[in-house]
Unconditional design. Structure first.
Length: 498
């Protein structure tokens, strides 16, 4: 395992504690490889790291790659970039070549072994093209021929169908049967050669991986092959990648780490095989284990997103808040905590949280007023817009798990009273369009109303200092037009959790 100083540099900025997960995964994989070797099981190991969108999978994988490279060769194959390539085997071999360059430079052994593997791969690289003669091949040879040979024979005999009419075909039956026999034998021979090439390729890969431990450059086996973005690929390409991994790279000392969104990959497979197809059972054929990347808490996710989007320094104001009816203590809640409980109260998914924070980032670019943003209102407007709801006319009911309070002066002294997110949004809706001088303190109003009135009176004092020609409206009234202006740039337009 790598030293702490190198690991600390790799995992700098890790606010989701992914480093500990990465170390545990690496230890687990290396133990599994050793155990397979002890049992004499001559297979590769395939770990699927499953994570939904928005939980920091990209951050994790980029750093996990660097961590593995401190002690092992690591090939990185971005499946989405290469899904226009019809030959995943070629792309994976190119990634392996890049990973082994330091070993090849250090000596001739690894270089020779890699050359042997690529030579063995040549006969099995190439897209099988189904010719026009499939029906003819089946007519004279029957359905007992394997699909692989059948496609090859069809390709070879396609020209016969093009050159002969049905009448001529019947008249030349013997000649055609002779031609088909000859072509079939040639194709069978070619099929046998390819099958032999697969065996030779796997033997060459086994020898190549074993030779890594003779080098002293950057650590040795296992050889890690990290595959990313498989769930974003064309469904047929994703299936082909899985099949080629199984058939060509199932050799000892090779570890595949595949970052996937399992639900999305299952949908891709069903898109090819049909909605009734058991895609989960199909995937279990390829994965030795599936590891669910830890789902970050809402506050972890919000903290990470605010920092990553450069909005941690924005000035926000919001009432004191607490969950589950607890007393909301004044001045104790961070902006990240407030956002987290707001999102929880409105049942926001990770995808929606990412979209909201991104819109706040863009909002910051368009907002020119040097005054604190009223956070609950901005969050509410954005969440409603993302769900295609009008926050004024189609309010989303919160879960009523968050209670807020705001101190006010009563006849008996300083007091406070709890109010819900839904009640607060109602107060914004009733007050923000009024001119600031008209929104006077009203101790007879609801607790949520008192909070909004106090914030608007504060804005009147700070921004206008009692001087204006026309009674000003609150800056809060401008939030919605700005959100509408930036909405077309939203990364998740149409996201719905309702």
């Amino acid at each position: 395992m790598a030293d702490n100083e190198a690991l600390s540099e790799i995992w700098q900025g890790d606010r989701l504690n992914r480093r500990e997960e990465a170390l545990s995964i690496q230890v687990f994989l290396e133990e599994e490889v050793r155990e397979m070797a002890r049992q004499g099981r001559g297979h590769s190991y395939v770990l699927a790291i499953d994570a939904a969108y928005g939980v920091g999978k990209t951050f994790f994988l980029e750093r996990f790659l660097k961590q593995l490279r401190l002690s092992h060769p690591v090939a990185h194959f971005d499946a989405w970039i290469d899904d226009a390539n019809e030959e995943p085997l070629v792309a994976i071999m190119a990634a392996i070549e890049d990973a082994l360059k330091p070993y090849m430079a250090a000596g001739a052994t690894v270089r020779q072994k890699f050359r042997a593997a690529t030579t063995a791969a040549l006969p099995i690289i190439g897209k099988a093209v189904t010719g026009a003669g499939t029906a003819i091949a089946k007519r004279w040879m029957g359905d007992t021929i394997t699909d692989a040979v059948g496609e090859e024979v069809a390709k070879a005999t396609g020209k016969i169908a093009q050159e002969a009419s049905d009448a001529a075909f019947d008249g030349a039956k013997e000649e055609i049967e002779t031609l088909i026999d000859r072509e079939a034998q040639q194709m069978l021979d070619a099929y046998q050669r390819r099958r032999k090439s697969r065996e030779t390729f796997k033997q060459s890969m086994t020898s190549l991986v074993a030779s890594l431990d003779t080098q002293d450059s950057r650590g040795g086996a296992p050889l890690y092959i990290v595959i990313d973005e498989l769930d974003r690929c064309r469904p047929d390409f994703a299936i082909r990648v899985l099949e080629e991994i199984k058939h060509f790279f199932d050799v000892p000392g090779v570890v595949f780490v595949m970052a996937i969104h399992g639900d999305q990959l299952s949908k891709s497979i069903r898109a090819v095989y049909g909605t009734e197809f058991d895609s989960d059972a199909y995937l279990r054929r390829f994965f030795s284990r599936r590891y669910m990347l830890r789902q970050p808490s809402l506050i972890e996710l919000v903290t990470e997103l605010f920092a990553a989007n450069g909005i941690a320094d924005m000035a926000f104001q919001y009432p004191n808040a607490a969950q589950n009816g607890a007393t909301a203590r004044p001045g104790t809640m961070s902006v990240y905590e407030y956002c987290a409980i707001f999102f929880d109260d409105y049942s926001s998914t990770s995808r929606e949280v990412i979209a909201v924070v991104d819109m706040i980032r863009v909002f910051k670019r368009f907002w020119t007023v040097n005054y604190s943003i009223e956070l609950p209102l901005l969050l509410a407007i954005i969440v409603h817009r993302l769900r295609d709801r009008d926050w004024r006319r189609q309010p989303i009911e919160s879960r009523h798990r968050v209670y807020m309070s705001h101190p006010y002066q009563s006849s008996s002294g300083l007091s406070s009273q709890n109010f819900s997110s839904t009640t607060l949004i109602d107060s914004y809706r009733n007050l923000v369009d009024q001119s600031l001088p008209d929104v006077v303190p009203d101790h007879a109003s609801s607790a949520a109303d008192r909070y909004v009135r106090d914030m608007m009176q504060q804005e009147l004092r700070v921004l206008h200092n009692g001087q204006w020609q026309t009674p000003p409206r609150s800056q809060m009234a401008r939030y919605e037009p700005v959100v509408e202006q930036i909405y077309p740039f939203n990364i998740a337009s149409g996201t719905s959790t309702t």
